[in-house]
Every structure is written in C-alpha cells, then in structure tokens.
Design a protein around this ligand. Structure first.
Ligand code: HQG
Length: 176
C-alpha cells in the first residue's frame, strides 16, 4: 500500500472507532473494542491491509486485543467508552498545544475536553507543537501536572502515550 492509501484507511478507522461506529454498522463493546472481522467487511479491506495500517501508524492510534480478534482506538473518542486505563502519576509538567483564537477562553475557564472524553496533554513540547499545528500557528501551554495531582486531579496515559485528564483549571496553566 502507498502512504496515501494507508492514511485514507487510518482516517476511516479514526472516524468509526472513535466517533461514528454506527455509520458502518459497527457496535463497540464498552472498552471501545470492535470485532476485526466486522470491521474488515464494513471497510472492504483485508486483514493484511489493516495490520499494515496499525503497525505503521506514526502515532500508534489503534491497538488489537491480546487475541487479535478485536481492535480499538487508543484515545480520542467522542462516543461513550471506558478504556479501563488505570490512574497514573504524570510527569511534573505536561504540555498542551493550541492556537491563539482559543487562548482567552482557555486562560479564563481552563482546558475542557470539548467533544472528546478527556483533555489531551503531551509529555513533550515537540508533541504539543505537532498537535497544535493541525489548527494553525502553535501556542504552547505549560500544565502544572504535579500541582494538579496534589490537588486530587487524576491522570491516565493511553496505550500510545497521550496523557488524559478530565479538565485543567486555569490556575494550573500558563503560556510558555
Ligand atoms: C481547545 C489528535 C476553547 C483545545 C492530537 C483544542 C491529539 C478550548 C480544541 C488529539 C478549551 C479541542 C486531541 C476551552 C480546550 N475553550 N477551546 N475552554 N479547552 N480547547 O482535537 O488536544 O491525530 O479535541 O486547545 O494529536 O487538539 O486524532 O483536542 O485546540 O492527541 O490521533 O479545543 O487529537 O490526535 O480539539 O487534540 P481536540 P486536541 P489524532
């Protein structure tokens, strides 16, 4: 498969495994898992194509279960799922990449999950910059995760290394 084809399949996986499984007749189990066979039929792709997309995906967005018969997105859902991630101790500092037009609202009310289940935070400035660049010129926010944890906020880390938390109050945020 060429890059273009892999990206096309990956985007369809993101759409259906995170946001709209029903559009292709899929049902997600509570953990976000879809049956691989049903997914292959619905997308008319082969198991080999799916394996290649999952293995070569730069952000490792999708993961099979231990039997290889089920697949899910590791993060980013808008549909109701419980990924079953244990709480984890974050690094002292995490980062969030956004763009200038959201800044006033974010500094006033904090980071909110918007249409996803959790606020997505990055362990490095570089990753935060890549996330922000999807929307425009990056603005990087420093998140005082140590202070948040001390104040009782909980964090989880997805299988592909994205830090998740319910919300970040403005007092734990500042612009880099
Ligand atoms: C902003 C991609 C106004 C927030 C990336 C962001 C990531 C607020 C946007 C993953 C706000 C939400 C998630 C507030 C937050 N007022 N705007 N109070 N709080 N925002 O896409 O973090 O490629 O849901 O700054 O790599 O950009 O799909 O979140 O700009 O890991 O795998 O509202 O999506 O991963 O946008 O990205 P998103 P995000 P994938």
């Amino acid at each position: 498969m060429n890059e273009k084809e892999k990206i096309r399949i990956s985007k369809r996986l993101a759409l259906h495994l995170r946001h709209d499984p029903a559009a292709i007749g899929l049902t997600l189990a509570p953990g976000g898992w879809a049956e691989v066979d049903a997914l292959l039929r619905a997308l008319t792709i082969t198991r080999e194509q799916l394996d290649e997309v999952v293995e070569t995906n730069t952000k490792r967005r999708y993961a099979f279960d231990e039997t290889g018969t089920k697949i899910r997105a590791s993060q980013g859902h808008s549909v109701e799922v419980d990924l079953g991630l244990a709480d984890a101790t974050p690094p002292d500092v995490l980062y969030h990449g956004t763009v200038a037009k959201f800044l006033d609202a974010i500094l006033c009310e904090g980071l909110r999950p918007m249409h996803r289940h959790a606020v997505h935070l990055s362990a490095t400035v570089e990753t935060a910059r890549t996330v922000a660049a999807r929307r425009g010129k990056p603005v990087i926010l420093h998140v005082d995760a140590a202070a948040m944890a001390a104040a009782g906020h909980t964090f989880q880390v997805s299988a592909n290394g994205v830090w998740l938390t319910a919300a970040v109050p403005p007092e734990h945020l500042h612009r880099l």
